[in-house]
Ligand binder design. Structure first.
Ligand SMILES: [Zn+2]
Length: 249
């Protein structure tokens, strides 16, 4: 599942209402760059961190359609802009008393004495701490990555089995722009931050990537496989749209 670029098939060209070589995204005017690409099969829209909208035009495509396409994707661009803005903020220190999202619920960060040392508690998760002082982020991230790894490996195997699919390899990554991906070699990559999501949303992302083992695209056939395997997938997509900003603490 890509967050930062979307691929669209050409449906029907609609003439743009006005000439549009810049677009206003949440009151930031952004120039639109048109790029022709002989090998591109679809119109591809990207929002770059330097505040430029780049639209790739396929060989048979027109600039006119590309303009209309950009205008029609305004709410998507606004969403991407919010994600880029949130990402620019430096990672802040985590202290006791702060909350993070875990398994879809806010949990309190607490530091307690444990044995001869200290322990960080975040909901059901417990991580050893060398010292009760300072930023809790390194210990928390290290612990959650390991916890996510064992949770996600088990879940992928279970869901693959439920849908009679074979996964060659599962990789748990630390990515900022993607929840997951599926390669044509049959490798499923997942972001460890999935541990922060509610279980049904996490399952949807895993199922989404698993269904790419059958259809390595976002065709209607792909989405019908997703709907069959995960009938509530639209609610999961909606949750992601509304709450992605809370993930990543
Ligand atoms: Zn996908």
């Amino acid at each position: 599942m890509k967050i930062f670029s979307e691929f669209f098939r050409l449906i029907s060209p609609a003439p743009p209402a006005t000439e549009l070589d810049s677009i206003e995204i949440l009151s930031h005017p952004m120039p639109i760059l048109y790029r022709r690409h002989a090998r591109a099969r679809n119109y591809v829209l990207r929002l770059h961190a330097n505040r430029t909208v780049v639209v790739t035009i396929p060989r048979q495509g027109t600039k006119k359609f590309a303009r209309a396409f950009v205008a029609s994707r305004k709410s998507w661009l606004e969403k991407q802009w919010r994600i880029l803005e949130a990402r620019k903020a430096p990672a802040h220190d985590l202290r006791p008393g702060m909350e993070i999202l875990l398994h879809g619920r806010p949990v309190l960060l607490e530091v307690r004495p444990e044995g001869n040392g200290w322990e960080l508690q975040a909901g059901p998760e417990r991580a050893p701490l060398a010292t009760p002082e300072g930023n809790l982020r390194p210990a928390l991230e290290c612990h959650l990555r390991a916890a996510a790894k064992s949770l996600l490996l088990r879940r992928v195997e279970q869901l693959a089995q439920d849908h009679s699919l074979k996964v060659k390899r599962i990789v748990i990554r630390n990515q900022r722009s993607r929840w997951g991906s599926c390669s044509c070699q049959g490798t499923i990559s997942l972001n460890w931050r999935l541990i922060q999501l509610p279980e049904p949303v996490r399952d949807y992302i895993i199922v989404h990537e698993l269904m790419h083992l059958r259809q390595l695209n976002h065709s209607p056939q792909f989405w019908s496989e997703v709907a069959k395997a995960c009938p509530d997938y639209r609610a999961a997509e909606e949750w992601l749209k509304q709450n992605s900003g809370q993930v990543g603490f």
